[in-house]
Design a protein around this ligand. Structure first.
Ligand code: C2O
Ligand code: CU
Ligand code: CU
Length: 482
């Protein structure tokens, strides 16, 4: 990421650009100049996303009652290269408002999918911005006022993967062994159909399903080669905190978190993954030819009181199986020792902004407030480092997410979580914990800070904030901070 690209972003007025697309496209190459002059226009093979009702298929045949992007269950994976111009149109063929948010990307504020930009049935909205984020596993989902949980649950959520072309140099597995796995629990009724019927208790705790789907399938079996694989996990559940692990307890390696790679693989046996978070893993199937391995959500110690249910928060749940084939084409790969230089957090101090999470029955509060669409709750200065101190004073866990920045975890009062080591956009704050994160907002405008337990979010646990434009912005390359 270089200064020049940031300057070009700062110079864009996205709305003006959208009303005159050809002028916009012509301006970009000159602004990038030199070695950066190649601006690809790419939307991962998509030029439009249409949200519409449709059928879903858990593996036993189609059933009505889903909400799909481009007719696809699960939603299509969007793959982008750093430097791409992300250019697509959202069409709303639902019978309710919607808007898409690119979770983890840092586009101009009016491209970020804030609910004030929701479009009604039959309407369309163009998105246009350049992709400058670190290569990582991001995602996209709808974000309309009060309907985020409902729509994401029914299928309007998918992967958005940014590549930087360096994975081969890093010694990471080839594309054929790079596997995105969308993990999301659902409540299936006795007919095996998805239900979304949150009770008061479900709104207090978040709706916890009885089945974890992987890429939209129940009990998925996936064939893999006896080789090293890269798994990209996204927890797309509305409320369930997962703890992915193998039934045989084997070691695997955490290599990336929400917003980028670690500097070296971290050996783990399980990895806590709360709603909204992503992790990238390397798993070694080289010695497993001819076997079937169970990949599950292992028991985790998570306080989340409520009326008894079959699979409470933290319960062990099956997810999928890997069937390791005998034949192998080409190299089996290995676990690289080191692949990226991720500096320690450069922001270690700054004004501390406290956030306290509480609840009262079904209402969830941040600093005593529940969400109002048109109320601005606080402002931050563009380009200024801050420490956000997140304290959970309630009795449910909260995966907290802000739009508009990536952060590093500076400290956690409770037990460490493996993903605290990397670049993040969502962080789990368990009951009684305080977590400090260091961040800086480089994009001006209106953004959201909310719990990614989507029942909590839709029931008030969200604030609006504005990043005040400051003329000295974009003064450094993004990579150097925090
Ligand atoms: Cu995935 Cu506002 O978030
Ligand atoms: Cu987001
Ligand atoms: Cu919450």
């Amino acid at each position: 990421m270089n200064r020049r690209r940031f300057l070009s972003l700062a110079a864009l007025s996205p709305l003006a650009a959208l009303s005159n697309r050809s002028a916009f496209a012509m301006r970009l190459p000159g602004q990038h100049g030199g070695a950066n002059s190649v601006v690809r226009r790419a939307s991962g093979g998509l030029s439009s996303l249409t949200a519409a009702p449709g059928n879903y298929d858990l593996g036993d045949g189609p059933r009505p009652g889903a909400m799909l992007f481009n007719g696809s269950w699960p939603a299509p994976t969007i793959r982008l290269q750093q430097g791409d111009l992300f250019d697509l149109i959202l069409h709303n063929n639902l019978d309710e408002p919607t808007i898409v948010h690119w979770h983890g990307l840092l586009p101009p504020a009016d491209m970020d999918g804030h609910p004030i930009y929701a479009i009604g049935p039959g309407e369309s909205r163009p998105y246009l911005f350049s992709v400058h984020e670190r290569a990582s596993t991001y995602w996209y989902h709808t974000h309309p006022h009060h309907r985020t949980a409902y729509q994401a649950y029914h299928g309007l959520a998918g992967f958005l993967i940014v590549d930087d072309g360096l994975d081969e140099v890093r010694g990471l597995p080839p594309a054929s062994r790079d596997i995105p796995l969308l993990l999301a629990d659902k409540r299936l009724n006795t007919e095996g159909a998805m239900e979304y019927n949150p009770s008061m208790a479900d709104i207090m705790r978040g709706l916890l399903g009885n089945t974890v789907l992987v890429n939209g399938r129940q009990a998925l079996q996936m064939s893999v080669e006896p080789a090293v694989h890269r798994l990209r996990l996204l927890n797309g559940s509305t409320a369930r905190i997962l703890n992915p692990a193998f039934a045989d307890g084997r070691t695997f390696w955490l290599i990336g978190t929400d917003a980028g790679l670690l500097d070296a693989p971290l050996a783990v046996n399980s990895v806590l993954l709360s709603p909204g978070e992503r992790v990238e893993l390397l798993v070694d199937f080289r010695d497993d030819a001819g076997t079937t391995l169970e990949f599950l959500s292992a028991l985790a110690n998570i306080t989340s009181p409520g009326p008894p249910i079959e699979f409470p928060q933290g319960a062990e749940m099956p997810m999928m199986r890997f069937v390791v084939d005998e034949p192998l084409e080409g190299e089996s790969g290995e676990i690289p020792e080191l692949f990226d230089a991720m500096p320690p957090p450069a922001i270690t101090e700054g004004p501390v902004r406290p956030f306290v999470f509480t609840q009262n029955g079904p209402d969830h509060f941040i600093n005593g407030l529940t969400y109002e669409l048109e109320r601005i709750d606080f402002t931050v200065e563009q380009g200024e480092p801050e420490i956000w101190r997140c304290t959970n004073a309630g009795n449910q866990p909260h995966p907290m997410h802000m739009h508009g920045a990536h952060f590093r975890v500076l400290g956690r009062s409770g037990e460490p979580i493996a993903s605290d080591a990397g670049w993040k956009d969502t962080v789990l704050v368990r009951v009684g914990e305080t977590v400090d994160v260091a961040l800086r907002f480089d994009v001006p405008g209106l953004f959201l800070f909310h719990c990614h337990n989507l029942e909590h979010e839709d029931h008030g646990m969200m604030l609006n904030f504005v990043v005040n434009a400051n003329n000295a912005i974009f003064r450094d390359g993004f990579e150097s901070v925090p």
